[in-house]
Design a protein around this ligand. Structure first.
Ligand code: SF4
Length: 344
């Protein structure tokens, strides 16, 4: 029997209205996502990378059911969300959990860790007595390495460090045994010294529980670390421009934007960083979403710019011989032999 991906996005567009002013004018339509097509299989890790404001968080919110798309289809286990009844939709919402970026804002500051973790258990009928709840909360705290349990269970979030709070947020995301976790920049607000331990915890949980992950980050180095063995998708102002296995993209990026992103990662050895050739972007300015360039939206910055063709033709996300997908005219028109060529 065919195994459906946990989640599929098909040609998702999300628009917002910008402005409109104090007098309530019509405002201007801004498409923050355009034709985004992605899928995540059971137990798979997909890292979504790109510069701030490229639409990664909006994609995560749409996948978690917190934001409806303006157009396109979302399928959970092969079933389109719009065809689900109330019970099916609630099952989907339980199966997809979100870990927010900001551990300082996420847990309710007026509740103890016990209350924060036990409330959803009572609400969803997972426990009936306080005794059961204490036991399950303790199990969860142990799972996320929030130990010794007695030191934390009656504390309030403000009494914890950022890393400890993020462990509470992770524990809360695990309560309903999700099939997919959307982790939106889960360590970007933590001290550098504790980022690695939280990332290692997430990786361990992913492997032990075989839960799928959408790991959203602006930091390709972090994606490289978290996404090994999984897949990676690169976004540029509202569109997916390259997807492939993490190894393919890290070792041999093909889209000029992905190549530029990878060149910008500093090496641990400062000598290697100094020896790197500079990225010859045509412009450092990111286009305004409300006034996107025609054709390929990367053309005003692209170091591999092909001339007027890039300004008049919108590249399609095409599957290449090695299974990766690229949206760039360099690889269209049967030019699959272009695989392996580096344009920087
Ligand atoms: Fe660069 Fe043209 Fe490819 Fe766009 S289509 S990434 S401008 S070469």
């Amino acid at each position: 029997m065919k195994q459906h991906p946990v989640i599929e996005l098909k040609k998702i567009t999300r628009s917002f209205t910008k402005g409109g002013g104090f007098l309530g004018g019509p405002g201007q339509r801004v498409d923050v996502l355009r034709n985004v097509t992605l899928s995540i299989n059971s137990g798979e890790v997909l890292c979504l990378v790109g510069e701030s404001g490229c639409g990664k968080t909006t994609t995560g919110k749409i996948i978690a059911g917190l934001l409806p798309p303006s157009a396109g289809q979302i399928l959970y286990s092969g079933q389109e969300l719009s065809t689900m009844d109330k019970v099916e939709f609630s099952q989907y919402r339980r199966s997809v959990q979100l870990i927010h970026q900001d551990p300082y804002a996420a847990p309710n500051p007026t509740h103890t860790i016990y209350s924060i973790l036990s409330a959803p258990m009572f609400r969803h009928g997972l426990v009936r007595t306080r005794r059961d709840a204490v036991r399950r909360v303790a199990d969860l705290m142990e799972t996320v390495d929030l130990t010794p349990i007695g030191d934390f269970i009656e504390k309030y979030p403000h009494q914890l460090s950022g890393g400890q709070r993020q462990r509470v947020v992770i524990a809360r995301a695990l309560i309903l045994q999700p099939r997919l976790i959307v982790a939106d920049e889960p360590v970007s607000m933590l001290d550098v010294s504790i980022r690695l331990s939280v990332i290692s915890l997430l990786r361990r949980l992913q492997k032990e529980m075989q839960v799928a992950f959408l790991f959203i980050t602006h930091d390709l180095a972090m994606a490289k670390h978290f996404g090994i063995g999984g897949r990676l998708a690169v976004m540029y102002i509202g569109e997916v421009v390259e997807t492939g296995t993490t190894e393919q993209i890290i070792n041999q990026p093909m889209h000029p934007y992905t190549q530029a992103l990878l060149k910008a990662i500093p090496e641990p050895d400062p000598e290697l960083t100094r020896a790197k050739e500079p990225i010859n972007l045509r412009s450092l300015d990111i286009p305004d979403l409300a006034d996107l360039p025609p054709g390929c939206t990367f053309h005003p910055r692209c170091p591999a710019y092909l001339g007027s063709r890039c300004e008049s033709t919108t590249p399609r996300l095409l599957t290449q011989r090695d299974g990766r997908q690229i949206a760039c005219l360099l690889y269209e028109g049967g030019k699959v032999e272009a695989i392996g060529r580096s344009v920087l």
